[in-house]
Design a protein around this ligand. Sequence first.
Ligand code: SF4
Length: 381
Amino acid sequence: MAGLKYIRDIENLEGLSAEEKYELSKVSEQFQFRCNDYYMSLIDWDDPDDPIRRIIIPHASELDEFGELDASDEESNYVVPGCQHKYTSTALLLCNEVCAGYCRFCFRKRLFMDENDEVVNDVSRGIDYIRDNELITNVLLTGGDPLVMSTRKLEKIIRPLRKIDHVNIIRIGTKIPAFNPHRIINDPELPNMLTRYSTRHKRIYIMTHFNHPRELTDTACLALDLLMKAGTVICNQTPVLKGINGDPETLESLMRSLSDIGVNPYYFFQCRPTAGNIPYVLPLSEAFQIFEEAKRNVSGLAKRARLVMSHSLGKIELLGLTEHHMYLKFHRSRYDTDKGRFLIFHRDDNAYWLDDLVPVEESPHPVAKFGHKPAHAIGPE
Ligand code: SF4
């Protein structure tokens, strides 16, 4: 991206003391660090707890023992290299293994590690798979960040997808509007290309990743405006993150600001128990209470989002919390038998993930056995 200056070495961060540089360099040896000058300019270096800093600058506790690199077992979703197929109607093409910065809590940080080969440069086998599978109506381009690619390369993926009759929605998952909105503003060919393929009957959706309202700068809003004028629909998804947006006021402000500018608040996620994520994860019950409190004073448009957990079994929505119980429901499921399943668990304020919860015996549909694969399961068998 022309004009953008990347910073990959902690030593080059002017806002850190020598001690911090030494300590955080050890973290970046384990989990890659990458930032750019635009995003760095949003950090308030006088505040050690600045939320933008927490998004992008390593934290010493990332090295604490916690979680797994692939907490939702995404590796089991590959049908051909670079293509995941977990839900019947939706396929993912992992078309790029780079982002304009690396979020510290990323659930795909394994992709940025040298030995990883889940992303392929040529996704044509994935496109062939999608063409041959008429049940796939939605395709998500993801990675990494597809908008880090040149518009020409991106079009090479979107053009053949648009020619497939049964593919209606093409989504692009991206944090570029937050990390580097100039990528969009300085490339008029990008909105032009999107206009060609986001048609009256089959739209392109841009799935943005704003974690904090301060990322919605004037420049970011201008970039979003260009994407909307190009005829795309914009939805936002973010985890609820300790020290970043994990308080009712910040989450409320994010919901409100997104809806004010015409971006749909789509998903709020339970932060995955990915290795390195301990400084950012909140217990399920706490995340739920923050989410509910944030929704109290906003309009219906601002609170369209659901709070979900992207588990290997599916997207599981957090619905309710009482003194003794937690109520959840499958929003998307890997297996037909789980579709719409309602789940009741004993309340556990130390639980971070579905697997930490104990089902209530008399629940009509407890998750009986994790990892059980019925014969009709789709995807890689
Ligand atoms: S933008 Fe998404 S894929 Fe990239 S580092 Fe952040 S969370 Fe990970």
